[in-house]
Structures are given as structure tokens and as C-alpha cells.
Design a protein around this ligand. Structure first.
Ligand code: ARG
Length: 371
């Protein structure tokens, strides 16, 4: 049974409707955040005495049980569990009986999903920033070890002037530093609790919106309830940050591909980070770098797709907003995997500084400086 069935006729929703609208298959991922949001909401309701301390304890125990079932894989999803919010609430009501129904007092799935997604994004942005720092560390380490190795610097893909290998590597490091800044700035901006905004116009109950914001670790809470339930700027900003980061990884990927060709010969990939060819045994393919180069396409697509979804949406919540999650989840997943793989690849790769020197010592490369 869906949360909104009460108002509708006997026969229930068409299977075609459910097939098309259900989001459970992907928003299950918000379960930990949904549980946190619900706990804070229950404590908030108890603080304003809309529910008794005893009922709050029953609800919190039911939420613990649901968490246990979800984490051990014992939770059984039912037809009609449209999304993770419905599934959790349905189960809480089964476990806690009538008291369970009080969980949703003064709350809508509209402020609930906005809260869940902010909590999720806040955590993920930090994890991604840490991964970026790990890759940056590798560039820094390689730059330190490069000492006075030098190679041609290129403009227009033409040899231009000799540059230190360290200088070149740290150029990538600086791009990554901006990525970290951006991820953290987005995280800072999204750190606002929408819980208490209700469906769109808050609640007639004297909800403790500041208390729940504080309880959930948000820096502040919404000022305008209609904005709070319909704002997905933080998703678009995160998608931009991840796309920009993806573009940086793509540029690194391209350089790794080039440098590991026989023509350049500047970089040797460790066997563990190269693939072979079944037909051409002489080959050592840079698949990791190629995929890192490719992922940017998909990340840019997710950003463009979400902006197109948001464009022209009237206030306040519209079901269109459900389309925010899959691109966001996928962008985090793809970027994180690319970061981890590239970090391993770079850490294990070695430079042929002799080849670099020979290329840079070609007489015309220093012509500008000599003149
Ligand atoms: N699954 C929905 C989403 O992701 C939750 C909110 C549904 N709200 C509603 N009024 N139908 O956006």
C-alpha cells in the first residue's frame, strides 16, 4: 500500500504507473540518511510534545530494527514500496503498530527526500575530496622524486620550451587543488536543513526546525519552505564539480596515453595497470587512462541532463525532481572509481627521464631561450 492510497479507489494504482514511477531500485541508497532524518524528526516531535516520550522511544526502537533488517539484508521490500521513504515507514508501522503512523506527523516526503539527499551529498563530497587529495599526494611525491628531470613543454602539441618534470606534474596537482576547493565549497553551501518545510508550506505544528537541523549536523536551516523542497542547486553544483574533476582526469588520461606510446616513450605503466592484447603480444594498453579520459563525457552528460530537467520547473516540488538521484549517484561512483584507478596507475608508473631529456635537448627546443 502506498502512502497516499487512502484517498483513492479500491483497485489501487495501475502496474504501468508503478513500473514507471517507482524509485526504490535506486533510492535505497539513501536508507542510512532516511533513518537519520527520521530519528531527528521523532526527537523533534517529542521535544515539542506532539508525541509522548514513550511513543518516541517506540518509534526509535522500530527505526533501529528497520536499520538492522536493512543492513543484514533481512528487510523484505513489498510491492507498493514506491521509494525508500515509503518502505521504511511501512515497516516502522508494521513493527510499532499505531504508534508507527505518528512518524510522518508534520512531515512530507518532499522535505524528507530533500533532507536525505543533502545528508548523502554532504558525506559523499567529503569522501571524494579525500580521494582527490590522495591523487594529489601521488603527483606531489612524483614531482619531489623527479628532482631536476626535464622534458619538452608543449603548446599546440609542438615542442615549445624545456620544463621540469616536477613543474609539469604539479600543474595537474594545482588543478586537483581547485577541485578540492570546489567540492568543499559546494558542501558548505548545501549545509542547510530543509526538514520542517513539509510538502511546501511548512506545518501548522510548532516544529522544532532549528533543533532537527542541529541534531542532523546541518550548519543552518531553510528560510523559505517552498525553496527548501524544490531547490536542487546543490545537486547541479555537485554534478558540475564532478564533471570538472572528470575533465581534469580526462586530460591526465590523455597525457598518460600519449606518454606511454612508443613515439613518446616518457612513461612506463606498471604491468598491474596495463592490459594486453590477445592478438598482438607486443602491446601494453593504457585502458585505465583511456577510461579516465572517457568518463568525462558521461559526467558532462549528467550535469547537462539535470539542468535540462530543472529548467522551467514551476515551484515547488514536482515529481521531475526524482530524476536528480541517478545522475548524482552515478557521477560519484564513476569519479570515485576513476580517482582510485588513476591514483594506483600514477603511483606505480615510472618515467623514462632519458627519453624526456633527449627530446628536450633537441636543438630547436631551447631556441627561444637561447635567442
Ligand atoms: N521518490 C520521490 C523523489 O525522489 C520522493 C518524494 C515524493 N513526493 C511526492 N509528493 N510524490 O522525489
Amino acid at each position: 500500500m502506498t502512502l497516499w492510497q487512502g484517498r483513492f479507489g479500491e483497485q489501487g494504482p495501475a502496474s504501468e504507473l508503478l513500473d514507471f514511477t517507482v524509485s526504490l531500485q535506486f533510492d535505497q541508497r539513501l536508507a542510512p540518511d532516511d533513518l537519520e532524518g527520521s530519528r531527528a524528526h521523532v526527537r523533534g516531535l517529542a521535544r515539542i510534545a506532539i508525541i509522548s516520550r514513550e511513543d518516541a522511544a517506540i518509534l526509535l526502537a522500530a527505526l533501529d530494527r528497520v536499520e538492522e533488517e536493512l543492513t543484514t539484508g533481512k528487510f523484505s521490500f513489498q510491492p507498493g514500496d514506491e521509494d525508500i521513504h515509503t518502505a521504511v515507514e511501512r515497516r516502522v508501522t508494521e513493527v510499532a503498530g499505531d504508534v508507527g503512523a505518528r512518524l510522518h506527523t508534520g512531515r512530507s516526503r518532499n522535505d524528507q527526500v530533500a533532507t536525505d539527499l543533502r545528508l548523502f551529498t554532504k558525506r559523499e563530497l567529503l569522501l571524494t575530496a579525500r580521494r582527490v587529495l590522495a591523487l594529489q599526494e601521488v603527483f606531489l611525491h612524483k614531482a619531489t622524486k623527479a628532482e631536476d628531470a626535464y622534458l619538452p613543454g608543449y603548446t599546440h602539441m609542438q615542442r615549445a620550451q624545456p620544463v621540469l618534470l616536477a613543474h609539469h606534474l604539479l600543474a595537474h596537482g594545482w588543478a586537483l587543488a581547485r577541485d578540492v576547493d570546489r567540492l568543499l565549497a559546494t558542501r558548505h553551501r548545501l549545509d542547510v536543513s530543509p526538514l520542517g518545510a513539509g510538502a511546501l508550506a511548512g506545518s501548522s505544528l510548532p516544529l522544532d526546525v532549528d533543533g532537527v537541523a542541529d541534531d542532523l549536523g546541518f550548519a543552518s536551516r531553510f528560510e523559505n519552505s517552498m525553496d527548501a523542497v524544490s531547490d536542487r542547486d546543490f545537486v547541479a553544483e555537485s554534478l558540475f564539480d564532478l564533471a570538472m574533476l572528470g575533465v581534469h582526469l580526462s586530460r591526465m588520461g590523455e597525457e598518460i596515453v600519449l606518454w606511454s606510446t612508443e613515439e613518446f616513450g616518457f612513461l612506463r605503466l606498471d604491468d598491474a595497470f596495463a592490459t594486453g592484447s590477445s592478438m598482438l603480444p607486443q602491446k601494453k594498453n593504457p585502458d585505465v587512462a583511456e577510461l579516465a579520459r572517457a568518463k568525462a563525457g558521461r559526467l558532462i552528460g549528467h550535469l547537462a541532463g539535470l539542468l535540462a530537467t530543472l529548467k522551467g520547473l514551476p515551484l515547488a516540488y514536482n515529481r521531475d525532481l526524482q530524476e536528480d538521484k541517478e545522475p548524482l549517484f552515478d557521477s560519484f561512483d564513476q569519479v570515485n572509481r576513476a580517482l582510485t584507478a588513476l591514483t594506483g596507475l600514477m603511483a606505480s608508473a615510472t618515467f623514462d627521464t632519458g627519453r624526456m631529456r633527449d627530446a628536450a635537448d633537441a636543438p630547436h627546443v631551447a631556441a627561444g631561450d637561447l635567442a
